[in-house]
Design a binder for this molecule. Structure first.
Ligand code: GLU
Length: 287
């Protein structure tokens, strides 16, 4: 019974494949992508990518333009999918709405300092990681705080739906956690003394510390206490799209476009580009 059902499914799959091979053009354009997958979507000339809008160096919106490393990674992926990067529609996401945006189809991809973890993998798939950050603290320049253990009874700001906020709640319950929907609001609260520290990924905090308006005011403690591998989120069922993203990332490292993406954004402050992922690092796609 089971075998004959499987045989029937296999026959249907072969028929579907040959229909696609005949080039009826109705779906599966681009080869291998399911109708609602990113491979077919990009081939039809559209791709919506969810990005952050207030994280300098990573995803920053000025007027209608977005810039930063995550945006450059998005352009690399679009190009690798055969789409003119100018045709990408960028959409602002915050930490808490990334999984729902993907699940509801409001975006095709999320490239937004988005940590790959098992909880999130229950809802979405992840290409990558294309970078590995670590949770750290942003404090006033004169502060003597050296890590989360110094923050008992103090106020720390992070963002709802983020892994750093979750870690503070679970592992440092004596810290008074203030949650906003974006890190820029946390940094403002640090500036006015409403909180003693901001916590999120080191690379995000470094971007705020380097902003002209905060020059000399803040420092990143520099002792990361987690690993935050950044993934490219997409529909959980889009295995073909996920594998294609990983192929694109490996190719971008090999041809120097990954390094160029870094150098034109986060690398402007002088930090050399990371080596970037190898094929062996990219082991997150659903089977
Ligand atoms: N990488 C962490 C996360 O995905 C923190 C940064 C963010 O909130 O975007 O939750």
């Amino acid at each position: 019974m089971r075998i004959s059902r499987m045989a029937a499914i296999a026959t249907a799959a072969v028929l579907a494949m040959s229909a696609a091979a005949c080039g009826d053009g109705s779906d599966n354009a681009g080869g291998g992508g399911s109708a609602d997958g990113i491979v077919g979507k990009a081939a039809s000339g559209k791709l919506v990518i969810g990005v952050k809008s207030d994280q300098p160096g990573l995803g920053l919106q000025t007027g209608t333009t977005y810039e930063g490393f995550d945006i450059e990674v998005g352009k690399i992926v679009a190009k690798g999918l055969g789409l003119d990067p100018a045709k990408v529609e960028w959409k602002t996401t915050v930490s808490a709405n990334r999984e729902p945006f993907i699940e509801q189809g409001q975006v095709d991809l999320v490239i937004a300092t988005y940590t790959i973890n098992d909880d999130r993998k229950k809802k979405v798939a992840f290409g990558g990681p294309y970078y590995v950050a670590g949770q750290d603290l942003l404090v006033a320049t004169a502060s003597t705080i050296t890590g989360p253990a110094d923050l008992d009874g103090k106020k720390v700001c992070s963002v709802a739906g983020s892994t750093p906020a979750k870690r503070i709640k679970e592992e440092y319950p004596k810290i008074g956690l203030q949650e906003f929907d974006s890190y820029s609001k946390c940094v403002q609260a640090l500036g006015t003394g409403q909180v003693d520290a901001v916590t999120t990924d080191d690379i995000i905090l470094a971007g705020y510390a380097a902003q002209a308006e905060y020059a000399g005011k803040f420092k990143v403690v520099g002792k990361p206490f987690s690993k935050e591998p950044y993934g490219i989120g997409l529909k959980k069922t889009d295995t073909a799209g996920c594998k294609k993203i990983n192929e694109i990332l490996v190719a971008a490292v090999a041809d120097g476009t990954y390094k160029a993406a870094w150098d034109s954004t986060l690398g402007k402050g002088g930090t050399p580009a990371p080596a970037g992922p190898t094929a062996a690092d990219l082991a997150n796609c659903p089977a």
